[in-house]
Ligand binder design. Sequence first.
Ligand code: AMP
Ligand code: MN
Ligand code: MN
Ligand code: MN
Length: 282
Amino acid sequence: MINVDLHCHSVVSDGTLTPEALAQRARSNGVELWALTDHDELGGQDRAIAAARDAGLPYLTGVEVSVTFAGVTVHIVGLGMDHTNSTLLAGLAATRGGREQRAREMSDDLARVGIPGVYEGALKFVGNPDLISRSHFARYLVEIGVCKDISEVFRKYITEGKPGFVPHRWATLGDAVSWITGAGGVAVVAHPGRYKFTATEEYALFTEFKAHGGQGVEVMTGAHGQADYVKYAGFCQEFDLLASRGSDFHSPEESHTDLGSLPYLPGSVTPVWELLQPRILL
Ligand code: AMP
Ligand code: MN
Ligand code: MN
Ligand code: MN
């Protein structure tokens, strides 16, 4: 068993650490194979590759693509892609494109319920102007004392049905998978235990994901509990998928699961990194 962590975020999306600080943290936490998977963005990859090399840490390129499937936001992690692939880069740029407008609408909606200036406030937390995220809104609302922590902000203000939630159309499942595989990478369903799907919808997600060429699923990830570990290890058999392991670490202050701290994959599954051996940067 090796300590693999193939899911985390830097300041290039909605994490609070730089790619360099993440590489150091992964290294000191005993991670032996690492990927930085910023949302809809490859701008941190060169820094992560260099920092991993300096730390002597084997590395896979990564990304987490936002997808709309059956009206729900689903995340697809890509691993081992050529991060200079122009189709992938253009697809991600288009996926990021609506974030600015969405953020302004979220801010207008929050002003209507008595919380003004949230767009400007959230911008102070944004490391990449192309990637304003709900996480940045949440950090600002905690800073000004509207909520006591990030999860309270999501619960009360910025999830579906709440006053600051603005629905958004992300990439299609087929596009996200084909951008990743077309760039030589492997597509992985991120944290499936988080989606509020019926069993039928979830079956459709995995069936279509496979049909588009997707090959992996996160079994061990920060948002999963024991029941999810068992369920999605079972999906690996049922859908003939490879298993991934990634903390989804965003911040030392906010994340419950640190880099490299998840339980190992169960013995019944095949790790996705076996397929990715030739893509590992040493
Ligand atoms: P966005 O891509 O801007 O819609 O923001 C999604 C991000 O918000 C996710 O990647 C998580 O980092 C964060 N997030 C979503 N739901 C929650 C939650 N309930 N608590 C904390 N963070 C969350
Ligand atoms: Mn995030
Ligand atoms: Mn995600
Ligand atoms: Mn993530």
